[in-house]
Design a binder for this molecule. Structure first.
Ligand code: NAD
Length: 418
């Protein structure tokens, strides 16, 4: 299993799993089964490029655990995608889906490609061929992919179409995160960011600090970060800093997010936005704010910079942004780190809503989606908070422990561990 443990994110995930398992005295057989994935699919995807050359891209789907229901998790298109990273993200999906109380298992997939270097037609060919290769392993009641870094609703639409063509009839439930016109859910685009804000709100309540008076720094201005900024700004919070791959911006009185979103729609990146000061990526993470929301990459908060963090609360919009050493330092400093499996669970919750709507062919309004999402996010936060208060533990171990207890019960009932 070195193919998995060679990556830092996987080792980090294993460490978190093992320490939470100790905390709840988890059945040994349950722990052993959760350490490594149930099934791994590795494919090579040949694509005829626009210049007629055939190029091969490696693609992966890791199906970690399906005790609670069909496998579920996103697909990532990024040049650094590798089996170890996908494996860690698949395990995180198992823990997240369990924690959020969903009837779903955990999976993740990806293709090692820089989607920005492909033409639209190359991207479509890549996606359709990847879907064909994954065909025997996915399906509405088997494994349901969704967008992640570098993928979007258009890519999900091509997947749905390819899978449907090959099975002979329309199968809208094979993916989530697709456009509303072909069975997508209202509110899916903003779900993860909105969930981050609901969690920030609940965490701030534990400090008796209203969201309307709180300040935020948000790393990443993509599907998660931009929507977190929009939602927090709409509720009256002050967004003092934001960043993306092009740089970081700061404004003490708060950045006008509506203007920034308009700017990004025209210019693709935040660099050059005239209504804020330019700061470094490190300065953004160290801003004196109530809430820091890392919504870009994994491993950005580590032993080397954890001491510089001044935020009272970190809400992990991204997967794996804080490593185990930093987590410990921050806990000792009194900073609450709300972990990824809780903080960014809004995306998969609304993916679950989409899957349910596709099964019954009855679609909800955006207000219904938002209010059901809020209820689930608040309930999950409260369970984790209660555990952390009763056991004097950090929120990461508490979230993992809460998730593992549900998985343990289910695995025992199914006779998978005894
Ligand atoms: P995305 O590709 O839409 O956006 C990523 C953002 O990060 C972009 O704005 C990019 O410019 C920025 N970025 C890249 N490098 C950076 C750097 N060095 N410094 C600052 N910013 C940088 O991806 P996304 O869907 O928003 O996903 C972000 C994270 O959230 C990932 O870890 C992903 O796994 C996780 N996540 C996403 C969802 C979802 O619904 N999209 C759900 C759960 C978790």
């Amino acid at each position: 299993m070195e193919v998995f443990t060679e990556g830092a994110l996987y080792r980090n995930t294993l460490e978190n799993l093992e320490s939470a398992a100790k905390l709840v005295n988890l059945n040994r057989n349950v722990l052993e089964r959760l350490k490594f994935p149930r099934r791994t699919v590795v494919v090579s995807i040949p694509v005829r490029m626009d210049d007629n050359r055939v190029q091969i891209f490696p693609g992966y789907r890791v199906q970690h655990n399906q005790t609670l229901g069909p496998f579920k998790g996103g697909l990532r298109y990024h040049p650094h995608v590798n089996l170890s990273e996908v494996g860690a993200l698949a395990a995180l999906m198992t823990f997240k889906n369990s924690l959020m109380g969903l009837p779903l298992g955990g999976a993740k997939g990806g293709v090692q490609v820089d989607p920005a270097t492909l033409s639209k037609s190359e991207l479509e060919h890549l996606t359709r061929r990847f879907t064909t290769e994954l065909g025997p392993f996915i399906g509405p009641d088997r494994d349901i992919p969704a967008p992640d870094v570098g993928t979007d609703s258009q890519i999900m639409a091509w997947m749905l179409d390819t899978y449907s063509m090959e099975s002979g009839f329309s199968q809208t439930g094979v993916v989530t995160g697709k456009p509303v016109e072909i069975g997508g859910s209202r509110g899916r685009d903003s779900a993860t960011g909105l969930g981050v804000v609901y969690i920030a709100d609940r965490a701030l309540q534990t400090l008796s600090r209203p969201l309307t008076e709180a300040s935020f720094a948000i790393q990443g201005f993509g599907k998660v970060g931009m929507h977190a900024a929009i939602e927090a700004y709409a509720l009256g919070a002050r967004i003092k800093g934001v960043s993306d791959v092009s740089g970081a911006l700061y404004r003490e009185e708060g950045i006008n997010i509506a203007n920034l979103v308009r700017y990004v729609h025209e210019n693709k990146v935040i660099a050059g936005f005239p209504e804020a000061e330019v700061i470094t990526h490190d300065e953004l993470l160290a801003l004196d704010v109530d809430v820091l929301a890392p919504c870009a990459l994994d491993g950005v908060i580590h032993e080397g910079n954890a001491e510089t963090i001044r935020a009272k609360i970190i809400v992990e919009g991204a997967n794996g942004p804080t490593d185990v050493h930093a987590n410990e330092i921050l806990f000792k400093k009194g900073c609450m780190v709300v972990p990824d499996i809780l903080a960014n669970g809004g995306g998969v919750v609304v993916s679950y809503f989409e899957w349910v709507q596709d099964i019954v062919w009855l679609f909800w309004t955006e207000e219904e989606v938002r209010s059901k999402l809020k209820e689930i996010m608040f309930r999950a936060f409260d369970q984790v908070w209660d555990f952390s208060q009763k056991n004097n533990k950090d929120m990461r171990s508490s979230a993992m422990a809460t998730s593992l207890l549900r998985l343990e019960k289910a695995m025992k009932l199914r006779g998978q561990a005894w």
